[in-house]
Design a protein around this ligand. Structure first.
Ligand code: ADP
Length: 322
């Protein structure tokens, strides 16, 4: 398997109208959600073989999520069904400026019931890349399972990708969240953060200063997505910004996951993350920006995650219109 993503797979109930609060949303549309699962789908659309490790409830929503993974070509071999806990639900009011109003129904939530004993160690030791986030570390036993899985894949030589994806409503204590994010940081090769969580995680608004902290912890590359502004990268030697693309935005859900799936596919093609030239980094981040921008043009995440050919077409259109 090229890529395994571990973590949450849940239902997003997305407000049927944009730019309303959860309080005033008139209705919700059911959609598959969960950042690591989105990354698994994004990677499959980039042409990678991908699989998902996690848990849903033994309920109609869990069944719907399993069918969705299978339909998108992501392996569900390590998606487990919990007979007791229900599939986690998230109600989301989206805004065209990218901000989100989110309420989780996760008490306890099947996604958090993944235990270390259930982990597919053979698959973890043979994948080329493992991607994870912090949501699966917000509760036990999934917290221990996440860390154990990352250690196993790392020891076997997989590329480890970490998107902290800090979701405040899921944490009773923000200090615990930050401590766990920094506990996981040295295990990762590539870390992608979004500008909204940057200051919380790094303690500074400054991109270079924060990236230095991340790189000092061990990762080889720090990426920061900046919404419509594009993204920033720092690999310890070179750093820079790559501007985003101007597109008609339907909603920005999943743009970060599309970005991650796209850049990881490029790292796997290159066969490395460290010692990439500045030109290669610029090209790869631009490719990620294009995947993110295209995701913003459609409604919902999974239907909007672009295929590799669509990203390539978009990039050549951009070049020919300059
Ligand atoms: P996240 O979903 O993790 O918060 P972002 O919203 O920053 O991540 O989006 C990830 C990438 O998608 C950005 O780096 C950018 O390239 C692209 N993107 C996001 N929002 C827009 C937008 N409004 N217009 C064009 N591109 C966007």
């Amino acid at each position: 398997m090229d890529l395994l993503a571990l973590g949450e797979l849940l239902i997003d109930f997305v407000s049927s109208e944009p730019d309303v609060s959860l309080i005033h949303a008139p209705g919700f549309v059911k959609a598959p959600g969960g950042a690591p699962a989105n990354v698994a789908v994004a990677a499959a659309r980039m042409g990678l073989s991908s699989g998902f490790i996690g848990k849903v409830g033994e309920d109609p929503f869990g069944q719907f999520l399993r069918e969705t993974l299978v339909d998108t070509g992501v392996s569900d071999a390590h998606l487990y069904s919990d007979p007791e806990a229900r599939t986690t639900l998230a109600f989301i009011a989206t805004r065209t400026d990218g901000r989100k109003d989110i309420a989780f129904y996760r008490n306890p939530g099947a996604d958090a019931q993944l235990s270390p004993e259930e982990l597919p160690f053979d698959a973890l030791r043979s994948c080329r890349c493992l991607h994870f986030g912090s949501v699966s570390m917000s509760r036990e036993p999934a917290r221990s399972a996440t860390l154990r899985a990352v250690e196993a894949a790392r020891e076997a030589g997989a590329l480890i990708s970490f998107d902290p994806n800090w979701r405040p409503p899921l944490w009773e204590d923000y200090t615990v969240a930050r401590d766990l994010i920094w506990h996981a940081m040295p295990l990762a090769d590539v870390v992608k953060l979004a500008d909204e969580e940057w200051e919380f995680v790094t303690g500074t608004q400054d991109l270079e200063e924060g990236a230095r902290k991340v790189l000092d912890a061990g990762p080889k590359l720090c990426l920061v997505t900046l919404g419509a502004e594009g993204a920033y990268y720092h690999n310890g030697t070179v750093q820079g910004r790559v501007p985003g693309f101007t597109v008609p935005v339907a909603d920005t859900l999943g743009a970060g996951d599309a970005f991650v799936g796209a850049v990881l596919s490029e790292f796997l093609i290159a066969g490395k993350v460290e010692s990439l030239s500045e030109g290669d980094l610029q090209r790869i981040v631009r490719f990620g920006n294009a995947a993110g921008a295209l995701t913003c043009t459609g409604t919902g995440v999974i239907p909007s995650l672009p295929h590799r050919a669509a990203v390539q077409r978009f990039l050549s259109e951009q070049e020919s219109s300059v």
